[in-house]
Design a protein around this ligand. Sequence first.
Ligand SMILES: Nc1ncnc2c1ncn2[C@@H]1O[C@H](COP(=O)(O)OP(=O)(O)OP(=O)(O)O)[C@@H](O)[C@H]1O
Ligand SMILES: [Mg+2]
Length: 269
Amino acid sequence: MTTEDARNIAIRVRGVTKAFAEVQVLRGVDFDVEAGTIFALLGSNGAGKTTLVRILSTLLKADAGTAVINNWDVVSAPGGVRESISLTGQFSAVDEMLSGRENLELIARLRHLKNPGAIADTMLARFSLTDAGSRKAAVYSGGMRRRLDIAMSLIGDPPVVFLDEPTSGLDPQARIDVWQTVRELAKHGTTVLLTTQYLDEAEKLADRIAILHHGTIIQNGTLDELERLLPSTTVEYVEKRPSLEDVFLALVDDTTTSDAGTASVTKGF
Ligand SMILES: Nc1ncnc2c1ncn2[C@@H]1O[C@H](COP(=O)(O)OP(=O)(O)OP(=O)(O)O)[C@@H](O)[C@H]1O
Ligand SMILES: [Mg+2]
């Protein structure tokens, strides 16, 4: 590895394979993620996204290949990897019997950080959960729970963040809130690897997009690069109508967000 690579590449994956019994899920996965960027791993149900994330976060051993996170090898230095990452899984790690604040405090204590109460308050504020902080997580909406889950995983400011399907099951506004959170992370230098089945999520968030299909990365590039893979289409003139997403977002939210597209829709038609 050259010095330049060591400085810029936060996640390096080479030739990773994994089979479960006779099912060969990963057949040689290769990619790099530059530090401070958002990398989206796209794939259908069962493509192996969660399997790969579990390998990169040391929860599962690959059959072959190497993965280096923040300059730590997942096999020879799993402790270094764990200290460098956070993982928000496809299924929530929130303890429903505890309040939002208690969940955050618990993680701060487990990470041996000073002032867990103050850390919890900061995270509640950062994720717009201050008002709900003392309520049990069991009564949170899906979007609130997901934000709490992400907040919990970010305690201690890990340089590399894995988000496995961060917005599945969320309504459009909650998805945009999570996207904003992810953008903020990358803006502050955190490297984000997210998996998703939503093409628009990858389109709106990611610096680079990789497509995992039949166990390998079949394409990896910026949105522009991926779009250029298709032959240019014939130009047609059509009346532009707002998408359902534009209309929905305009109706449910008074504040116009950059993702909402068309801004003005008259309420109450
Ligand atoms: N522990 C396991 N034992 C056996 N098979 C497994 C195990 N974990 C995953 N698999 C299989 O590996 C394949 C890939 O699963 P994985 O969960 O990685 O897919 P995914 O891309 O995350 O899908 P989804 O979009 O549905 O979350 C599936 O066929 C799954 O059944
Ligand atoms: Mg999955």
